[in-house]
Design a protein around this ligand. Sequence first.
Ligand SMILES: Cc1ncc(C[n+]2csc(CCOP(=O)(O)OP(=O)(O)O)c2C)c(N)n1
Ligand SMILES: [Mg+2]
Length: 248
Amino acid sequence: MATKVSAKKDEDEVSSLGLSDEQLKDILSKLKLCRYLDERMEALYRQGRLPGAIYSGRGQEGTHVGVAYALRKDDSLFPTHRDLSAQLTKGLDLKRVMAQYWGRIDGYLRGRDGNSHIGDWDGNRTFAVISHLPIAYPIACGAALAYKLRGEPRVAMGICGDGSTSNGRWHEALNTSAIHQLPVVWVVTTTSSRIPRRTRSSSACRRSPSAPRGTGCPACGSTRRTCSTYTASRTRRSSGRGPAAGRR
Ligand SMILES: Cc1ncc(C[n+]2csc(CCOP(=O)(O)OP(=O)(O)O)c2C)c(N)n1
Ligand SMILES: [Mg+2]
């Protein structure tokens, strides 16, 4: 009975998205691709066949695919180290991503930077990962300010892990975006199973992140369900009203 009720709830949630069957299949195939890719890359890495570093985003695909699916092509994405699924959803080409991991010239950064520093700013407005921490968030504010001043209906989205919310740039960016009512969506993924964990040595807050309350950014959801992250992201994207912070 409980299963029937929850299956009905799931169905209702999916139909409330207003997406076509093709789009829903597209989301499902992206979820499967991202999970498969993550597992495959880890296997290759452990076999010593993939050089450099990998940062698994396993378990976060639901959030990444959901939030990024709501972005349009000319919106910009500012990811951190575990957000490849969001980047692929935004439109990075899988073959070029792989070429990048092997440091090849046909990779996005033409073999000139660390393999996980993936991005394609000129191509699809995905800013290259430059740090594990939200160092690029002030740049996201700059992009969003430009969209606002030019009157363009575009947004910037930043994604980071929970530990990053102890970093000063994160607070500065949220504060700036709230003051200037910038068209941004800040996404925080709770990655407590990763290393390093968010602990009492990095924050005295019990729940993470509680900072939006102190910055004036409204929190717009706390979920890891793809449907819900998509809805939250799309709602904020099209609201045309200032920043929002969501976490899962
Ligand atoms: C400027 C700088 N300081 C410190 C580090 C070391 N560092 C790497 S990841 C990380 C924390 C990341 O935690 P979180 O945002 O929760 O991401 P997770 O890896 O848990 O997904 C830190 C402090 C760094 N990469 N750069
Ligand atoms: Mg973490």
